[in-house]
Design a protein around this ligand. Structure first.
Ligand code: KG4
Ligand code: ZN
Length: 350
């Protein structure tokens, strides 16, 4: 089956990425440039991210095309992340995509960043298709969905404050670890004792019932505060350094517990033992392990490799192929939207 050749662009945060995809799911070329300009600042600086995208995007696209063995003129459609994300960063990808679509006389496809994360595992595993319960965990979002089919997204819960990845980043910073915090915490945690400290499991009470507001919702800011309090106590009394790995492991265990428990609630209530794990935090080995274990013996965990779990252009091209297949073409005067609503998202009937 030979579908259109799609160029996918991702510039919503701090990865500049381009992919060439033969629709629906054959990846021909893929380049991800992770901006290291932000390391100095301990977090993404929006203005620096936008500038770095401008400086890199031509080269990133050229390399993806070269890897695919084709030229820009061979492309049949241009898909781009139109939101959510940082407005200056999004503008770079969207303007580049609009110019290319106009110049080529080919369709422009606007892609929602979190819907793209949903499609990432299907690039590596043909079985990673609905129905599934989806846990999307990134630096900006924590979302629990039930997905009966592509394009129909039943909203179950979300974070009420910090996203899961944001909590990793903030705790890492507190412990003096580099940005992004997730990989740093995971590495430190692998050498620490997760039972050393007992952190709260926010929004997780045994007597919660389906239909309760907080049954599927998450909250990570109280957990971060608990870590801050503990770190201050330790520092007032002794050196933090020898206990850092235990703090990281205990914090990670609390996050993994909450994410796993809430997801398993959805598995049970939706009677759907297939779980798709997406977004940057999906790269966390402990989270994958915990979910896989809880899904045994009949369930299945669908997740992408770390490379495709983190922000990338391939998932944008893949989601773009789906939207293009439905005839959803964006206008050439489309603008990015930092708060773009999730397409097809509806409140699940309890
Ligand atoms: O999806 P993503 O690449 O960008 C956004 O859309 O936000 O996710 C980035 C987030 C960061 O907060 C980063 O710390 C987190 O994913 N992350 C991890 C790991 N690798 C990345 N969190 C936990 N464990 C990891 N191994
Ligand atoms: Zn992302």
């Amino acid at each position: 089956m030979s579908g259109p050749l799609i160029l996918g662009l991702e510039t919503s945060c701090d990865e500049t990425s381009a992919a060439v995809l033969k629709a629906p799911d054959t990846l021909k070329g893929h380049v991800i440039y992770s901006q290291d300009e932000h390391i100095l600042y301990g977090g993404v600086v929006p203005e620096i991210a936008a500038r770095a995208h401008v400086q890199r995007i031509d080269d990133v696209v050229d390399r993806a095309l070269a890897e695919a063995g084709c030229r820009l003129s061979d492309i049949d459609a241009v898909a781009v992340t139109a939101g959510p994300g940082l407005i200056g960063a999004l503008l770079v990808g969207v303007c580049w995509a609009k110019a290319a679509a106009f110049g080529l006389g080919k369709p422009l496809v606007a892609v929602h960043h979190m819907e793209a994360h949903l499609f990432a595992p299907s690039l590596e595993n043909p079985d990673a298709v609905p129905p599934f319960v989806a846990l999307l965990v990134s630096g900006g979002h924590t979302l629990l969905l039930h997905v009966p089919e592509w394009g129909t997204y039943h909203w179950l819960g979300q974070t009420r404050d910090d996203a899961a990845g944001e909590a990793f980043d903030k705790v890492a910073r507190l412990l003096g670890m580099p940005y992004p915090g997730g990989p740093a915490i995971e590495a430190a945690a692998s050498r620490g004792d997760a039972a050393r400290y007992r952190f709260p499991r926010p929004m997780l009470r045994r007597n919660q019932r389906p239909g309760d507001d907080d049954f599927y919702d998450f909250s990570f800011s109280g957990l971060k505060t608990a870590v801050v309090t503990l770190v201050r106590e330790i520092e007032a009394d002794r050196q933090l350094e020898p206990e850092k790995e235990d703090v990281a492991a205990s914090f990670q265990a609390a996050v993994v517990d909450v994410l796993t428990e809430k997801t398993m609630r959805a598995v049970e209530e939706m009677d759907c033992p297939r779980v798709l794990l997406g977004g940057g935090v999906a790269a966390n080995g402990r989270l994958r392990e915990a979910l896989s274990k809880r899904l045994e013996p009949d369930g299945v965990l669908l997740s992408a490799s770390a490379r495709l779990s983190l922000d990338n252009g391939a998932m944008v091209a893949r989601a773009g192929a789906f939207r293009l297949g439905r005839g959803e073409v964006a206008s050439l005067d489309a603008s990015p939207d930092p708060n773009l609503p999730f397409p097809g998202l509806m409140k699940a009937s309890a």
